[in-house]
Design a protein around this ligand. Structure first.
Ligand code: ATP
Ligand code: ZN
Length: 283
């Protein structure tokens, strides 16, 4: 079968998490910073290390079969690709920001103003949808210094914590889009068995990340209470203990409301609670 190629970012914010995800899928490869291509020894796959901006087009054109890239980059390059899986990392938002002393208080105030950005396509679409005519200044980087230099009245840039905005005397003003890393594939490749296998591996890793394996001891009398705290788990494993009337309950609980559930379990009489990470969940 034809060897697949997956394009990931060579270096930058998405590199480490992309490599980690693929390794957690059981793929063996060397992560040399110097090489552009790394073969996977135990799956018919090659990893291409690229600049993130090139990934959507490479996938669209079939140079790579799959790619891991931020949604912001996909939308900006306006390519036709399939979104296969959201990956839960690289979360950020594309926002319009203004100077702290700006007199802009309403979106409509952006009419006639200039906005510096590296995302002219996404910003252009957003302004059009909101019926605003601004002068989009397409610059190639360091957007946040543009207002200070008198280059623009506002900026449109990626924000995660807001620290960079703050240190440049800017404040967020409007949300344009939110973004995270996604797995993309080429249109027409939907039936490829190797791609499906890889998607399944990725999903099993993501599912496992959202859950914890919990083992606890409880007196049989308190078992119904514990069971009622485990919605969604049809049948936890219940193992008798050497001590009469005590059992161990093995179950899987979501990471989301983990601490709430653990404290309710303690109140219900759970003892010796052991929590373990899960590597994979295969459905
Ligand atoms: P490259 O050299 O590959 O072109 P880059 O400088 O364009 O890299 P990075 O800054 O590494 O890109 O960001 C890659 C992606 O990480 C962004 O496109 C975005 O999806 C995501 N990201 C998450 N948080 C942030 C943030 N605070 N600022 C910028 N990007 C972020
Ligand atoms: Zn880039």
């Amino acid at each position: 079968m034809k060897t697949l190629k997956i394009a990931i970012q060579k270096s930058g914010r998405l590199n480490e998490k992309s490599v980690e995800l693929l390794k957690n899928c059981g793929l063996n490869f060397e992560n040399y910073k110097s090489s552009l291509i790394s073969p996977v020894s135990n799956f018919p796959l090659e990893i291409l290390f690229l600049r993130d901006d090139d990934i959507p087009e490479y996938v669209q054109d079939g140079i790579a079969d799959l790619g891991i890239v931020g949604e912001n980059v996909i939308q900006e390059t306006e390519v036709e690709v399939n979104y296969l899986q959201r990956l839960g990392f690289g979360k950020c938002a594309l926002k319009i920001a203004i100077t702290n002393n700006s007199d802009i208080t309403d979106l409509q105030h952006l009419n006639g103003k200039s906005i510096a950005t590296t995302y002219p396509a996404i910003l252009g679409k957003f302004l059009k949808e909101n019926n605003i005519q601004s002068d989009i200044r397409n610059i190639s980087g360091s957007v946040e210094i543009a207002p200070g230099l008198g280059l623009a009245d506002a900026i449109c840039d990626l924000v995660s914590t807001g620290g960079t905005l703050k240190s440049n005397g800017l404040k967020p003003f409007a949300d344009v889009m939110s973004s995270e890393a996604v797995l993309i594939g080429r249109k027409g490749d939907e039936d490829n068995i190797l791609i499906q296998e890889l998607i399944q591996r990725i999903q099993s890793v993501l599912r496992a990340k959202e859950t914890k394996y919990v083992v606890l001891n409880i007196h049989r009398d308190n078992l119904p209470k514990i069971m009622s705290l485990l919605p969604g788990v049809k049948s936890p494993t219940i193992v008798p203990l050497a001590e009469a009337d005590w059992v161990a309950v093995h179950t899987v609980i979501p990471e989301r409301d983990f601490w709430d559930r653990i404290s309710s379990m303690k109140q219900a009489g759970a003892e010796g609670i052991v929590v373990m990470p899960i590597e994979k969940i295969i459905l």
